[in-house]
Design a protein around this ligand. Structure first.
Ligand code: DAH
Length: 336
């Protein structure tokens, strides 16, 4: 039995050395090491060996099996690396890897996220409404009746007499207020459309409308919220000023300017030498708007504001032509 084992070992070693590929190696494994292989066949005869010899022969058999298995693994590894080398022939492994381009958010989306994030931090909920809007919500509910001169400012795209592409996000004030009761703290981000195109206007742009309604809300609350917004969006030292203005849906109304972020108030081309840049419109919600949604204007008061995202992005990044945002030139877009 001992001779048989040693003979098998020699035979298997020679056979293994002669193996040239993986299928040959598998044949080897089945023939010698498999459950029905030659080695198992010899092992089965261990029972016939005398009691005295059995421990010694058993040990020898185990050792031979272990050696064969480790030679088998070594041969497998050698064949694997040979295959790799063959595959790699003709490949220059010193070449740099292939560039995988990463996408990123459009600068307008980045600013939109930042603006919404600031107001969400102040407890405002986010609401979205339709781009295709009715004349009622876009104008009438906001105290802009037919033939009101304010309609001229909006350069509206009409779908038909009563349906249009919303010219601002303010209709969301009426849509939310007619469904819900105060206290309300809402921002409404989205796309708006106006028939206008030059270096500071595109036919589609983005706005965020914000409004807050509760008891005893005053202009001071508006000032507080917008001051926090400007400090977070630009710089805590950015000066801010409120200039009287007019919007049909707010009374009183104001336009809010910040100290020019380019020249810091000294006067430059961007601020037209005034030292100030207009960033948004705002005011206390006109009682007329409350009446249309059934709120008692004696009980509730509130403020509203609306800002243009592209404009904020232009000021923040010092960009002088709004159309750059929509030409999709990657050399421009990947800078943000
Ligand atoms: N909707 C106005 C516009 O697009 C912006 C605006 C001004 C919104 C004053 C307001 C506001 O809520 O109070 O020109």
């Amino acid at each position: 039995m001992e001779d048989e084992l040693l003979g098998l070992k020699n035979e298997a070693s020679t056979a293994l050395a002669a193996v040239e590929n993986k299928s040959g190696l598998e044949d080897f494994r089945v023939k010698y090491l498999g459950r029905k292989g030659l080695f198992s066949a010899v092992m089965r005869k261990l029972g016939q060996v005398s009691k005295e010899d059995r421990p010694r022969i058993g040990k020898l058999a185990n050792q031979i099996k272990k050696d064969l298995e480790s030679d088998f693994s070594a041969q497998l590894a050698a064949l694997d690396s040979q295959t790799l080398t063959t595959q790699m022939t003709g490949i220059d492994s010193t070449l740099p890897g292939r560039h995988v381009p990463f996408g990123k958010l459009h600068p307008v989306s980045q600013i939109m996220d930042e603006v919404c994030g600031i107001f969400e931090g102040l407890g405002f909920a986010v609401a979205e409404g339709p781009d295709v809007e009715t004349d009622f919500y876009n104008f009438e509910a906001l105290n802009i009746p037919p033939h009101h001169p304010a309609r001229d400012m909006h350069d509206t795209f009409y779908v038909d007499d009563k349906v249009l592409l919303r010219t601002h996000t303010s209709p969301m004030q009426a849509r939310i207020m007619e469904k819900e009761r105060p206290p309300l703290r809402v921002i409404a981000p989205g796309k708006v459309y106006r028939c206008d195109s030059d270096i500071t206007h595109t036919p589609m742009f983005h706005q965020v409308e914000g409004f807050l309604v509760d008891r005893k809300i005053s202009f001071a609350d508006l000032k507080g919220v917008l001051s926090v917004f400007v400090a977070k969006m630009f710089d805590s030292k950015t000066p801010i000023r409120f200039r009287p203005s007019f919007f049909p849906f707010t009374e009183p109304s104001a336009e809010i300017d910040i100290g020019c972020v380019i020249c810091h108030g000294k006067g430059c081309r961007v601020c037209k030498h005034t030292g100030w840049l207009e960033i948004l419109g705002a005011g206390l919600i006109d009682p007329e708007v409350f009446h249309r949604v059934g709120y008692d204007s004696e009980e509730f008061s509130g403020f509203a504001f609306g800002l243009g995202i592209e404009r904020i992005a232009m000021l923040k990044y010092g960009i002088n032509d709004i159309r750059l945002y929509y030409e999709n030139d990657l050399r421009f877009l990947t800078q943000f």
